[in-house]
Design a binder for this molecule. Sequence first.
Ligand code: HEC
Ligand code: HEC
Length: 352
Amino acid sequence: MKRLIKTLTLSIVSTYAFADSELPDKQAEIPAVSKSSSVEYLKPRSLDTIPDTEFGEKVELGYSLFVNSQQMRGKYVGNEQNCVNCHMQAGMKANAAPLWGAFMAYPAYRSKNDKVNSYAERIQGCFTYSMNGKAPNENSEELVAIAAYSYWLAMGGILDQHGMGDQPVPELSDQEILQGGKREGFKLPDSIVDLYPVDERSKLAGRGYPKLADPEQKPDLTRGKLVYTENCAVCHGENGEGIKGSDGRSYLPPLWGAGSYNWGAGMHRVNTAAYFIYENMPLGKSIQLTEQQAWDVAAFVNSHERPQDPRFKGDVKANAGKYHNHDGFYGKSVNGKTMGDHAYPSGEQVIK
Ligand code: HEC
Ligand code: HEC
């Protein structure tokens, strides 16, 4: 009952609801945070310290949805991905777009649409594009849970880093959690608040994927294919299809095709994929790719068909002109075919 009342209150307060026709661009590139070997990354607390409270239940649910997002398949998720595929180690890993770094970076002003994006809206973006799904509403249990989990990771890590390991993470209202930590009203202990000026909070070391310098040679699909066959196909499949278990779920994620991220996702940009791959792949880092190899294989992976950009209105070239002025293959010709013309359906098209 208590929960029901809360949900109701929240739905009144919540203001944003986008019609399909006006899907905002929530997949903007994160500004670079330079990588440094001397810096100590924030370290989230161990999961067994999640409190046994109503707030703790939300945190736990958020964790569960994040690592096993397939439990939302058909409702909010339209492909084979789990959030953890790109935000590795349950969203804790520095330089793999960790949730703790993200939480402290919102609300964020976007000059492109002259709008402030809340943390909740940024999460919605990954549902729409990376998960090729249909984003949960801001007042949904799922969105609150993932935001609560992110907050808990960030705040526990911050307290520990400053000798307050014995203090519990203060419990906040859902509304506060959904906004994110980059705002005046966000409460930090008095003793450390000066260490986190609001404008600096989006630059926590380890946020996002570390940028690489532009490649010496233009990324090349033939070289990229070679890198892929030698270092990636064993886990992601000869045709990028990933590897499925006996339950029919991918335990090794597909990189293109119907089960992958769609043409609007951040990872479809060649540069973003190159940054991710150079830092995090092949899984376990049995070898370190050169930067050029990371660029080449990122281009190769992203030169294949995948689910349609949900902002598509029937004309690939028009959609490309409007939303794809970046480093990617959407609307471009590969082996005589226009990418996006034969895209798989987007979650927005198939999830009712
Ligand atoms: C296919 C890879 C992929 C998947 C799957 C994915 N994301 Fe993301 N996510 C990204 C990329 C790429 C970015 C933006 C990085 C950039 O542009 O530099 C991002 C950004 C984010 C951010 C903002 C990070 C920041 O520092 O500003 C949040 C929060 C986030 N994702 C949450 C989620 C959640 C929750 C899920 C699951 C529902 C999810 N992501 C699934 C690739 C993915
Ligand atoms: C040993 C197995 C393995 C190898 C080899 C490997 N990967 Fe992965 N890759 C994974 C797993 C597992 C994930 C998901 C990470 C997670 O959930 O922690 C992943 C995630 C990814 C992602 C995130 C996007 C998505 O769709 O999930 C990309 C991109 C990627 N790998 C590219 C590559 C490339 C390129 C190579 C070769 C240079 C490579 N991988 C080699 C296992 C592997």
